[in-house]
Design a protein around this ligand. Structure first.
Ligand SMILES: [Zn+2]
Length: 270
């Protein structure tokens, strides 16, 4: 696969399509194009992965994810959430509002706020449009525009294979990760979940890694997790008060987690 379109697109472009939430970074892909591209990528992810066959877990994630997406600047767009049948702790967001959460992430979370923090982080990558920013930087605008038009299904397949395989392409920059943590924490609290859930999830995953490194390897490769990141989440949570009641309840979370742990026994559990 030849991806040689390193077109320089970051000249100043007045009146461009900027995401409102990501520090004003230029994003030359229109929202409509991004959502069309997201549908193509999602169809390919669906072909390369397996969704967990558990309607209750799926319904729970739909509610949780929908409540978080409703807090974003792109709440009026269509968002989808999918539980993948995969024991590894991981989650990722495609451009265009498609969020995937591995069953292993649900199995590992100690509380629903911990799980919600991971989903909120991925929703934040989507709302900040980090995916299209990164694709345009890596491939150039002309190739991305061609993908929107469906010009090259081979490239779509390759991009999704790298994403699903968690290669380098799956990694966002450190500043994108910080932004996703900050925005995610705000969405978490605005949706009524405990903002302490983010630091708590980081601690849960760090502890799990000591005992079961296998299912945590992907997560730590794409989400470097130092004490500074945990501390930043702790400090941010102090300034964030949960607003209202969350859309999901802890009892349903317990039931769903139990079912997921039974369905995916290779997952790491606290
Ligand atoms: Zn991230």
């Amino acid at each position: 696969m030849r991806l040689v379109f390193f077109v320089l697109v970051f000249a100043a472009v007045p009146g461009c399509t900027c995401s409102g939430v990501n520090r004003g970074d230029v994003n030359l892909v229109s929202l409509d194009d991004e959502w069309a591209l997201g549908d193509e990528l999602a169809a390919e992810v669906d072909a390369q992965t397996e969704a967990l066959s558990d309607p209750r877990a799926q319904a729970y994630l739909d509610r949780l994810g929908g409540a978080l997406a409703a807090q974003t600047e792109l709440a009026d767009r269509e968002w989808t959430f999918t539980v993948l049948d995969d024991p590894a702790v991981n989650a990722f967001a495609l451009p265009g509002g498609h969020v995937y959460v591995n069953a292993g992430t649900i199995a590992a979370a100690e509380t629903q706020s911990e799980l919600a923090s991971v989903v909120a982080h991925e929703v934040a990558h989507g709302a900040a449009r980090h995916g299209t920013e990164r694709m345009v930087k890596a491939y150039g605008l002309s190739l991305v525009a061609g993908l929107v038009l469906g010009d090259d299904p081979g490239v779509i397949r390759q991009i999704v294979a790298e994403l699903v395989g968690q290669s380098a392409l799956a990694r966002f920059s450190r500043s994108d990760e910080e932004e996703a943590d900050n925005l995610g924490l705000a969405y978490l609290a605005a949706a009524g979940y405990d903002p302490d859930g983010m630091a708590a999830m980081f601690e849960t995953l760090t502890a799990l890694r000591q005992r079961r490194p296998g299912p945590l390897a992907q997560w730590f490769a794409t989400h470097p997790l130092g004490e500074d990141r945990i501390e930043a989440a702790r400090v941010a949570a102090e300034g964030a008060e949960p607003t209202g009641e969350p859309a999901t309840d802890p009892e349903t979370f317990d039931v769903v987690r139990q079912r997921v742990r039974a369905a995916v026994p290779a997952a790491a559990t606290p």
